[in-house]
Design a binder for this molecule. Structure first.
Ligand SMILES: [Zn+2]
Length: 493
């Protein structure tokens, strides 16, 4: 900038007040520094994100600045298309939030879940970035060509783009139905590398990016695990569940009212894309108990399986798959009204499997939570009417499921980075048990536990307990195979 700031800004305002505004200078706002700067005609903006603010500055406030977000990836595609086809104006759609404060502009359907109120948008490529006065006339001209769009909608968003000195120049304008046009600030949603570079350090994100995790059961537990693993950087998912999101699920599920009626697989997939649009998510709406072969095909090349289903038959089926394909599998569940829960890590032939631990008798003593009508219906004889069955559904709080999901996530990340240098490596020495027990309240199974006191000599609520459990050599699932620990030490190849 040619003038020293903020004197130049002060002088600019004074000239404005005296009606002596210079036509060759404009006031711009740099969102990076938060400063106002006077820019002379012909000067290239130091920061392309800087935006012309003469109008709002004259009105004395900045609260009406709008932000427009665009996917770098989508912009690249339309730019390439412009280069090839020469079509310099393309339609887009903008979703507006918070009375026009924020716009998300799309040129094609995004992988991420979108919300907001849709308004038309246009992207125009120019040979050079026009001055602010020229920009306003270009925007007005565009709106004249699309009068219907302008009249029938509340707001229109126009993006002007040009390449100058091999650098992308851009401006966005928001037009109101009354004809008022104001400039906004464009922000770009970056590509993968920038999105997830921040988690590097604690976890080896490059390793996790290669990993494939299968999650079976997307209730409040499984869906939370999926989202947390995506946030940690896991790059490939297989999601299996055959339920749709019902009103009664919403209070405890990661998905909300906006996803009612959708398959949980699809709703959760969209949430994962919202965290990272560059991951791969395969989904299947199937009941694994009725589609075992299909389930095997979906899961056989996973690095890890999370079993978060709500019935024992599916758990034993998943245990069989884990042993057959030697895939580490983490089983998690909540007990009656989420009074507590347990998490079992099965590392095939390196420790106990589900069948080594859970006998039918043992399962009887630890009644699982009944949170779905389908589950309750299965538990009751056919002559019991639906209304009565409904009264047997006893759900716990989402915050009582959270510790169990959290333990699954920790064990999953630990297993996925096992043997590699990472910030969580010391956990390998802590999590030596394969079976973990958690209690939220002193009821049911935990009714006779002593109250939580100082110290940790007695079992109490709100603590994890690792239970030592040996592999059962005569287990009918994993016992009669002659695999040895040494022969298969490198788990994930
Ligand atoms: Zn076993």
């Amino acid at each position: 900038m040619s003038n020293s700031q903020p004197e130049a800004v002060q002088q600019h305002f004074e000239r404005e007040v005296q009606g002596e505004a210079r036509f060759d200078e404009t006031l711009i706002f740099d969102p990076e520094t938060g400063e106002l700067v006077v820019q002379r005609r012909g000067e290239i903006r130091a920061n392309p994100d800087a935006v012309t603010v003469d109008q709002p500055a004259r009105e004395g406030f900045f609260a009406n600045l709008s932000f427009a977000f665009l996917y770098e990836e989508q912009l690249q595609k339309v730019y390439q298309n412009w280069q090839v086809s020469g079509v310099d104006q393309i339609p887009a759609i903008a979703f507006t939030f918070d009375e026009g404060e924020v716009f998300h502009i799309y040129t094609s359907v995004p992988k991420t879940h979108f919300a907001g109120f849709p308004v038309p948008s246009t992207i125009k490529f120019l040979d050079r970035m026009p001055t602010i006065e020229e920009s306003f006339s270009i925007v007005e001209e565009i709106l004249r060509i699309f009068p219907n769009q302008h009249e029938s909608q509340q707001v229109t968003v126009v993006v002007l783009l040009a390449i100058e000195n091999e650098r992308l120049q851009y401006r966005v304008f928001i037009t109101q139905p009354d004809g008022n046009i104001s400039e906004g600030i464009i922000k770009f949603i970056p590509q993968y590398s920038e999105l997830y570079s921040r988690s590097t350090g604690l976890l080896e994100t490059l390793v996790l990016e290669q990993c494939k995790v299968g999650i079976v059961g997307l209730g409040s537990g499984g869906s939370t695990v999926a989202v947390e693993l995506a946030k940690a950087g896991v790059g490939n998912f297989v999601l299996i569940d055959f339920d749709r999101l019902e009103l009664s699920n919403v209070a405890r599920h990661v998905c909300g009212i906006g996803d009612l009626g959708r398959y949980k697989t699809k709703a959760v997939r969209d949430l994962l894309y919202g965290k990272n649009p560059y991951i791969n998510v395969k989904i299947a709406e199937l009941d694994i108990n009725n589609s075992l072969e299909e389930t095997k095909n979906l899961l056989k090349d996973c690095d890890l399986i999370v079993a978060a289903t709500d019935n024992n038959r599916s758990r034993f089926n998943l245990n069989n798959i884990a042993i057959e394909y030697k895939i580490t599998t983490i089983f998690g569940r909540a007990l009656t009204r989420a009074c507590g829960g347990d998490v079992l890590r099965v590392r095939p032939f390196h420790g106990p499997c589900l069948s080594c631990i859970f006998t039918k008798e043992f399962l009887e003593t630890r009644k699982e939570e009944v949170s779905q009508f389908r589950q309750a219906r299965d538990d009751n004889p056919a002559y019991v009417p639906d209304d009565e069955v409904k009264t047997t559904i006893q759900v716990g709080l989402a915050s009582d499921i959270a510790p169990i999901s959290n333990m699954i996530v920790k064990l999953a990340l630990l297993e996925l980075s096992r043997g590699r240098e990472s910030g969580i490596q010391s956990l390998e020495e802590d999590c030596i048990a394969d079976f973990y027990i958690w209690a939220n309240r002193r009821e049911n199974t935990y009714a006779n536990w002593p109250k939580m006191e100082y110290g940790s000599k007695t079992p109490s609520v709100l603590r994890w307990y690792g239970a030592k459990w040996e592999r059962n050599q005569s287990c009918e699932v994993c016992g009669n195979q002659l695999e040895s620990i040494e022969a298969d030490d490198n788990f994930f190849g």
